[in-house]
Design a protein around this ligand. Structure first.
Ligand SMILES: *Cc1c(COP(=O)(O)O)cnc(C)c1O
Length: 370
């Protein structure tokens, strides 16, 4: 996000991030916790979040986007950076330059990186992804042991680990993941029997960790849980202990009064006191589809009557002391009034993470601690 002289901002609570990291560490026992910081750290800002995680002792960061990975290096973050997805040929030079650890899952990727490693007189650190059933990136289970063995013995390549991904949300999903995990573990066992050394294995993300599934691997790779977002439906696993990261999302009141409510066609009815806020659809706020969205002004929840590209129109009748340039809380707590990310997800009919994706990089993020 470029510099802003508007007062729209999101305050992100790093103490909540550290709390959630501690919850994940506790649940994953002596396994290494790798942080998934893909998608701009789930919208909370890849650089700021990564700095805090590294300060808290996280040594490995994973992202799917090499541009984001380069931005972390440019910001001086020297943790290990692993890349989830496939590498395109023109990215190989950056992989070597920034010492990234890409994922490979087929001979195309293996040949490309091995050739680059040999040419540079180095061994490129790589991870092999196995598709244990999700149907996304990965070498198929059937050929996985042979492929990993080939990678482990290949010149120019340094095999750092083998992983897979089995995300789920429901109790049925947990059964599916448990069943699929046995196939992943069988490949690892087979490699052990063949004498192939694998420095690290990783299977569970937030779902598996929060659901407390048995884990034969030496690491977990967690995103959702660190950001206070549980992928699990209510009743599956533990999530109440996670803390939300957004302390507040605030925007200025730009006008109080005017004819916005009576004459603006936003359907408020009555003689409500209108206020216009300097935040809108262009900032990633979505129009409420389900029920009535509310924001907080002067410690009271007040209804949003209109969503436009750059402004929200609210009925401030219950916040009669509102004045221009006061801050309205789009998300946050003031006194007894509170509006959460989950509220916006419910009002707009998407998941909390999708609300974050819409807001991501649209406004300054300020990190607060404690
Ligand atoms: C995103 C991702 C993770 C982290 O998943 P969460 O559910 O956010 O914890 C782990 N592994 C892979 C391959 C991923 O793409």
């Amino acid at each position: 996000m470029t510099e802003s002289v508007r007062s729209v901002a999101m305050d992100v609570d790093l103490s909540a991030l550290c709390h959630n990291l501690a919850v994940v560490r506790e649940l994953s026992q002596d396994r290494e916790v790798i942080a998934s910081i893909k998608a701009n750290a789930y919208g909370f800002g890849a650089v700021g979040v990564s700095r805090a995680l590294v300060d808290a002792g996280v040594r490995k960061l994973w992202t799917g986007n090499i541009d984001e990975a380069i931005a972390l290096r440019d910001a001086g973050i020297d943790a290990e950076i692993l890349l989830f997805g496939g590498i395109e040929p023109q990215q190989v030079a950056d992989v070597l330059r920034h010492d990234f650890q890409p994922t490979i899952f087929d001979e195309v990727g293996l040949d490309m990186l091995a050739a680059a490693g040999v040419a540079a007189g180095r061994r490129v650190p790589v991870w092999v992804k196995i598709d244990a059933g999700l149907g996304r990136f990965g070498v198929a289970l059937g050929g996985a042991a042979d492929f990993v063995e080939q990678v482990a013995r290949r010149d120019g390549i340094d095999l750092r680990g083998v992983y897979s991904h089995l995300p789920f949300g429901s109790a049925d999903g947990a059964d599916w993941a448990r069943e699929r995990s046995a196939h992943f573990n069988a490949v690892i066992d087979e490699l052990g029997a063949r004498g192939v050394a694998i420095p690290m294995t990783q299977l569970w993300g937030s779902s598996g960790v929060l659901a407390g599934l048995a884990d034969a691997s030496s690491a977990v790779c967690v995103g959702h849980a660190l950001f206070g977002l549980s992928p699990l439906e209510a009743g599956v696993g533990v999530h109440s202990e996670l803390r939300p990261l957004i302390r507040s999302l605030s925007a200025p009141i730009l006008q109080v009064g005017g004819s916005g409510i009576e004459g603006g066609g936003y359907g408020a009815g009555g003689n409500g006191l209108a206020a216009t806020l300097g935040i809108g659809l262009a900032d990633g706020i979505a129009k409420a589809k389900h029920g009535q969205a509310e924001v907080i002004i002067g410690g009271r929840r007040v209804p949003v009557r209109g969503f436009t590209l750059e402004y929200l129109m609210v009925d401030a009748s219950d916040a009669a002391s509102a004045e221009p340039f006061d801050a309205a809380l789009i998300i946050g707590t003031a006194g007894d009034a509170s509006v959460t990310l989950d509220d916006w997800a419910a009002w707009t009919g998407v998941s909390p993470l999708e609300v974050m994706m819409a807001l991501s990089d649209r406004m300054p993020v300020r990190y607060v601690d404690g």
